[in-house]
Design a protein. Structure first.
Length: 256
């Protein structure tokens, strides 16, 4: 009896030690028990999946803002099956020598390059697309990136334009207006360009339908939520917010 007890005790101790080690690796003093507790579960999940990691000092730095490149890299790690690169470098001129070149190529090459281009140079057929990879990520940028996932899983909604207008009216900072020559027509810009002057509504500018559908789909899914009627499209994204949105997107688009 004593011998059996001696054999069991080390096994139990080993299991407890291993469990505590795993738990310790996925908890952070600047997250758990702090004002960022709301993001703790998503942080642990994304760390477990290898999407993101903490810093050498043991912290996560949940309030640190991230760049476009950092989020695209995280997105690609979470959804590696999305790959539109065909072995080619990124179509974004300013991303080709960037450390996240392969991530940008996988997610945005092809039609999606239009969806996330911040500026376009030269003329047809020699367009040059720029993304500004090291620019701070905004919530609108994050929404456009997330829409690549809903397209991939065939979950993007295709509402009537009137439904988009009605949905936008629920938010104090999502504007719907007719474009003019002074406007930036890039899809990343947080304005829905819709012409309401005719008998029928129409999207006013290229790729505005994709932008509107991304907004409509991701808010209806609950991946993006409002704060007292504000969606904060221009607000820069923190690490805590980024992993929370990624977790919601993963849950909403992954078959159990």
């Amino acid at each position: 009896m004593l011998k059996k007890k001696w054999l069991i005790t080390p096994m139990v101790a080993m299991v407890l030690f291993f469990s505590q080690s795993v738990l310790a690796a996925n908890t952070f003093p600047d997250v758990d028990g702090t004002k960022y507790e709301w993001a703790a579960e998503s942080i642990r999940s994304m760390v477990d999946k290898g999407v993101v990691s903490g810093y050498k000092d043991g912290t996560f730095k949940p309030d640190k803002t991230i760049t476009k490149a950092e989020f695209v890299h995280m997105f690609h790690k979470l959804f590696p099956e999305i790959n539109y690169s065909a072995g080619k470098s990124s179509e974004f001129v300013d991303a080709r020598k960037h450390w996240a070149n392969k991530d940008f190529a996988a997610i945005f090459n092809g039609d999606y390059v239009w969806l996330f281009a911040e500026s376009i140079g030269a003329n047809y057929p020699n367009y040059q697309f720029y993304v500004k990879p090291d620019k701070p990520l905004t919530r609108w940028d994050m929404m456009m990136i997330a829409s690549v996932r809903t397209d991939y899983t065939n979950q993007t909604l295709h509402p009537e334009i009137a439904e988009v207008i009605s949905s936008a009216a629920q938010y104090n900072d999502i504007k719907v207006r007719k474009a003019n020559y002074k406007d930036n027509f890039s899809a990343y810009y947080p304005v829905l360009y819709i012409d309401q002057t005719g008998e029928e509504y129409s999207y006013d500018g290229d790729f505005q339908d994709q932008k509107a559908e991304a907004f409509y789909t991701l808010t209806k899914m609950g991946v993006f939520t409002a704060d007292n009627g504000y969606l904060h499209p221009r607000t820069q994204v923190t690490r805590a917010e980024a992993v929370t949105v990624l977790q919601r997107l993963y849950d909403a688009t992954t078959k159990k």
